[in-house]
Structures are given as structure tokens and as C-alpha cells.
Design a protein around this ligand. Structure first.
Ligand code: PEP
Length: 258
């Protein structure tokens, strides 16, 4: 049984005051929901609000994640934040290789690989994003892209470590566009990804690996997506910025019985 994980990626939204308000509202809405043994609920605010959000959710059923990190622990790397610093701020998770980082900030499978290793070293659970662009899907390259991203991003990572990571399948054409992959399209990609990991790490590890879907997840499409056999949760952007929509997504996901 794989534990469902719902993570909210707040991107570059929310001042500190707004972040505290959102975290308080979610804590209020979700306090009586299943505890962390049954579902992982993760908030990924901007770096500036991590500490304050942590103070709100400490001792609750909600965890904290960063949106990115650098692979060195410290040094002359202006503008970067390390895994050690995320841990210090209260994080247990970190998003790595989000398509916006790949598209706008030069993230590659090689830098993703270094970041995964550094995150694991600091005891952070990396949420590693992979997914194809619209052009790649239209050229029937989806599986090739996923294979290349998986092979290169997880280079030299062993089966024990893979179980400490989460994969987020995020078709780039579905992120922030309002276009969601159909449950069948998402399941097809998730199944393909799981099979890739069976080949890389064996049946047992791959069957235990959690693969989230991301791309315009909303309360209305949550249950159908998460009911798919290989979809183990959601990485949510836009709909995570609002108390009502994110708490509804978490509640609907927690009701899905597989
Ligand atoms: C994301 O940022 O990872 C994402 C899936 O965004 P959205 O839900 O807005 O499509």
C-alpha cells in the first residue's frame, strides 16, 4: 500500500503575512483528517515564508517542503539555498527539477541528479518532477523523454534511496494551463514510469515508489485521477494557493480507497 501524498507548490506567491494566513486556514480545515501515517500533506511556500509557515504547522498533520535547493551545503553561491538550510528551516521535503526551473533557470537532469543526492544526504524527501512538453507529446516522444529524465536524474541512486524519493509526473502542457491530462493519459504515463523503475530497481522497490500527478489538479478532478492504480497523489500549483480548493483536494484524495 503506497501512502497518498498531496503537495502544494506555492511558487512565487504569498508574502509572509499571506502565507501564515493560508497555512492557518489549511491547518484548521485539515486538522481532523488522517494523520501523517495515512496521507502526506505538504506545503511548499517560497523560501521567505518557510520559517513562519513551519511555526504554524509544527505538531500538525502537515509537513513543509522547499521548492528547490542547491547541492552544496554552503559557500559563495549567491542566491542559492542549501538542503542543510531547508532542513534547518523545518523542511522534510523539497521539490527538485520542476519544469519551471528547467524552462527558466537552466535546470538539467545532471543538476537534478546532484540535488537529489544532496537532499537525501540531509534527510529531505525529494519530490522529483519529470514530464514532457506539448511539442514532445505531439511528436510521440513522451516515453522517450520520461525515460531519459528518469535514467539521468537517478544516476547512481540505489534502491534504498529511491524509496526515500517521490516522483511527480507533470506533463508541462498541463501545468498552469487549466488543461489536465485525462485520468487515462496520466495513468498510462505513470504505468510507464513505474515500469521504467522496475527495470532500474526491481519489482519490489518500484511497486513501493510513490508517483504523484501534477498539472491543473482541482477538487473536481482529484478523485478520478487518484483512483488510477499508479497515481499516488498530486503536486498542486494554482489550486494550492487557496484554503478551500487545497483542503478540498486533500479531503477528496483521502477518501479514495484503492
Ligand atoms: C505545478 O506547479 O507543479 C503545477 C502542477 O501547477 P498547476 O497545478 O497550477 O498546474
Amino acid at each position: 500500500m503506497r501512502k497518498t501524498i498531496i503537495a502544494g507548490n506555492w511558487k512565487m506567491y504569498k508574502t509572509i503575512v499571506e502565507a501564515i494566513e493560508l497555512a492557518n486556514g489549511l491547518k484548521r480545515e485539515l486538522f481532523d483528517l488522517a494523520g501523517p501515517d495515512e496521507i502526506d500533506i505538504v506545503l511548499c511556500p517560497p523560501f521567505t515564508a518557510l520559517t513562519e509557515v513551519f511555526e504554524v504547522i509544527i505538531n500538525s498533520n502537515i509537513g513543509l517542503g522547499g521548492q528547490d535547493m542547491y547541492w552544496q551545503d554552503e559557500g559563495a553561491f549567491t542566491g542559492e539555498v542549501s538542503g542543510k538550510m531547508l532542513k534547518d528551516a523545518g523542511c522534510s521535503f523539497v521539490i527538485i527539477g520542476h519544469s519551471e526551473r528547467r524552462q527558466f533557470f537552466g535546470e538539467t537532469n545532471e543538476t537534478v541528479n546532484k540535488k537529489i543526492k544532496a537532499a537525501l544526504k540531509h534527510g529531505l524527501t525529494p519530490i522529483v518532477c519529470i514530464g514532457e512538453t506539448l511539442a514532445e507529446r505531439e511528436k510521440n516522444m513522451t516515453f522517450d523523454v520520461l525515460k531519459e529524465q528518469a535514467h539521468n536524474s537517478f544516476k547512481d541512486i540505489n534502491a534504498e534511496e529511491i524509496l526515500k524519493t517521490v516522483i511527480a509526473y507533470e506533463p508541462v502542457w498541463a501545468i498552469g494551463t487549466g488543461k489536465t491530462a485525462t485520468p487515462a493519459q496520466a495513468q498510462e504515463a505513470h504505468e510507464y514510469i513505474r515500469d521504467l523503475f522496475v527495470k532500474l530497481y526491481g519489482e519490489k522497490a518500484a511497486r513501493a515508489l510513490r508517483i504523484q500527478y501534477g498539472g491543473s489538479v482541482k477538487p473536481e478532478n482529484t478523485a478520478e485521477l487518484i483512483s488510477q492504480p499508479d497515481i499516488d497523489g498530486a503536486l498542486v500549483g494554482g489550486a494550492s494557493l487557496n484554503i478551500e480548493s487545497f483542503s478540498q483536494i486533500v479531503k477528496r484524495a483521502s477518501e479514495v480507497k484503492k
